[in-house]
Each structure stands twice: as C-alpha cells, then as structure tokens.
Design a binder for this molecule. Structure first.
Ligand code: BGC
Length: 338
C-alpha cells in the first residue's frame, strides 16, 4: 500500500514537472506591414525561430503595405481563435482601432517596429511594444561620421570646416525616420562640426528609390561637393552607393570616396562594408526584436504574467521592450556577419 502511495506521488511529481516545461499550444497571429522589407524579413525569420522553440503555432501574413488589408487580417485572426496578436502596423497612427479590436476580445496584442502613440499604449492592459529607441541609432550613426572626419581631415573636401551632406530619409511619419534624421545631425553638431545640407528627401526605406534620389542630388550639386551621405536605413544607403558607383565613386580609389552611413546592419550592408563601399551602420537587432515579440505573445497567450523573468528581456513601464542598437564599423562588422 505504502509503495503505491510513493509511486503515485512520484508520478504526480513527474507530471507536474512536465506541465511546467510543457510547450505552449498557443496560436499567435502576426501581420507584417510588407514582406518585401529587408529588415522586417529578419524580424519575421527570428519570430519563426522563436516559435519553433516555444512549440506553439505562428501564422504570419503580408499586409502588403495597406492598412485596410491589415485590419481585415486582424479580424480574420480573431475569428479563427488566435490567442495573441503580433502587429507591425502599416501606419503607426492606425494602431488604435487594432488595439480596440484586441481589447474587445481580451486578446494580448504586441506591436513591433512601428510604435503606437502613447495614448493607445495606455488604453489597454494587454498591449506591448517591442522596438528600439530611434534616437539611439541616429546618435550612433552621426558619431560614426564624426569619428571619420576627426581621423580624416581631408574628408572636408572644400576645407570650409563644415560637412556638406545628403540626408535620405525613411517613410514619412515613421518614428525611426524622424528621429534618426534629427539625432544623426545633432550628434555631428555635438561632435563639433557645422553642417550644410545639400539635399534631403525620403526614399521610403527603399533601395531603388534611394538610387534615383541620389542620382538627382549628384546631378544637382556635383558628386565632388558631397562630403557625407546619411541614410535612415541600410537599403537606402546601398541605393545611394549604387548612384555613387555609377560615377566611379566608392570603388576603391581613395580620391573618389564619399562616406555613407546607414542603419540596420543587414547582410548586404555588412558585405558592402567588407568591400569598403559603406563606411558604417548601426545594428538594429532584428533577431532580438523577433524573439522578444514572440516571447511576450506566448506568455500573454498562456495567461501568465509578462515579467522580465518570464520573457527574458527588460521591460520599461510595464509595456515597452527596448532592444539596444550598436554601432557597426570596419573594426567590428565581422562580429555581426552570420
Ligand atoms: C528599419 C528599416 C525598415 C523599417 C520598417 C526600420 O526600423 O531600419 O530598414 O524598413 O523599420 O518599418
């Protein structure tokens, strides 16, 4: 009899240990603003990797850069019984109705990469944001230019003590476009340089659009007068480099070189750094943003408290998971190659 009790107790213990480690069976529905975005493809892949570890089901759909499509996709996830949502909004100002849809169902919702306004974040207790502080990336990319000009006084080609630059911005209204533009220039000025803007336009995060814009700037101001190019992301930095290469620049001749900086540290950007075409970039940590978003979604879907212990990431104000940026230069870029 006693033996049976002991066996039973052992079985109960074993079962509860299993339950503690049990994989989730949550269904998480994710919407990405568009699949054809280099950085978000990295986040998307990281989300899949994390869900493979968690054991739940992750569905990811392409919102094709259309907010109404995304709204319908969220409705579809709700009707099929998703336990949590991950949304990379097409338009960050359209996060409110999505939050309200989730709230009406008591469903956890995790926004990524495009930050909803504060009032939206405050209006629901099961809302989180996973992203990175855009100011930080702006400051770090500006600092790369400062360091370069301090080390290479001849980079001031006309010797006027000022940096003649071109700014290529991301999508209008995106917090990363606004803040990277502002903080990269601020860092250059804080670093002791005056700046002169030769051109400033949006290329919507897109490489081809950036090549076109850069070609326009080159014909307007002359390639020799451009002392630096600041792009809000790597795809646009690489687009600008294409235009420079068409003029024989950034192809190895030190007399024909314009320092270009981007943000993201995508694989093609690291490759361009290895060839000396791109001066520097800033790691926008797609892996950790994707991992953290899935962690939060799964923990919340399983109705467990979202804490630093349960997700393994620092949480600010109970709702924000900020993944740090890191400067990437010729000295350390190899660390980031996969
Ligand atoms: C990235 C861009 C990307 C954008 C999409 C930014 O954080 O730096 O490369 O296109 O997010 O929203």
């Amino acid at each position: 009899m006693k033996k049976h009790v002991v066996l039973l107790a052992a079985a109960v213990l074993a079962l509860s240990a299993l339950a503690a480690f049990a994989a989730t069976d949550a269904l998480v529905g994710a919407c990405i603003y568009k699949f054809d975005d280099t950085f978000m493809t990295g986040v998307r892949n990281a989300m899949k990797t994390q869900m493979d570890k968690e054991g739940g089901e992750l569905e990811i759909v392409d919102s094709q850069n259309r907010q109404p499509t995304q709204n319908d996709q969220v409705d579809a996830y709700i009707s099929k019984g998703a336990n949590a949502l991950i949304v990379n909004p097409v338009d960050r100002t359209a996060a409110q109705p999505l939050m309200e849809k989730a709230k009406a169902e008591g469903l956890p919702i995790v926004f990524v990469n495009r930050e909803p306004y504060e009032e939206v974040m405050k209006a629901y207790d099961k809302i989180w944001y996973v992203g990175a502080k855009a100011e930080e990336s702006g400051t770090q990319s500006g600092q790369i230019i400062v360091d370069y000009f301090k080390k290479n006084p001849k980079a001031d080609k006309n010797g006027d003590g000022k940096i003649q630059y071109i700014m290529i911005r991301g999508e209008q209204g995106h917090q990363d476009a606004t803040l990277r533009t502002e903080y990269s220039l601020k860092a250059i000025k804080d670093g002791g340089f005056e700046v002169v803007e030769l051109g400033n336009d949006t290329a919507n995060w897109d490489k081809v659009q950036a090549t076109d814009k850069m070609k326009g700037f080159i014909s307007a101001v002359g390639v020799d007068n451009i002392e630096a190019v600041l792009a809000n992301n790597d795809d646009m930095a690489l687009g600008a480099i294409e235009a420079l290469k068409a003029e024989g620049y950034n192809m190895g001749d030190p007399a024909k070189y314009v320092p270009v900086v981007g943000v993201d540290a995508t694989a093609p950007a690291l490759e361009a750094m290895s060839k000396g075409e791109l001066l520097g970039t800033v790691l926008n940590d797609a892996d950790n943003q994707g991992f953290a978003a899935v962690k939060v979604a799964v923990v919340a879907a399983d109705d467990k408290p979202v804490t630093e212990e349960s997700i393994g990431y620092k949480i600010t104000d109970g709702k924000y998971i900020w993944i740090p940026y890191r400067p990437v230069t010729v000295e350390n870029y190899k660390e980031f190659m996969k």
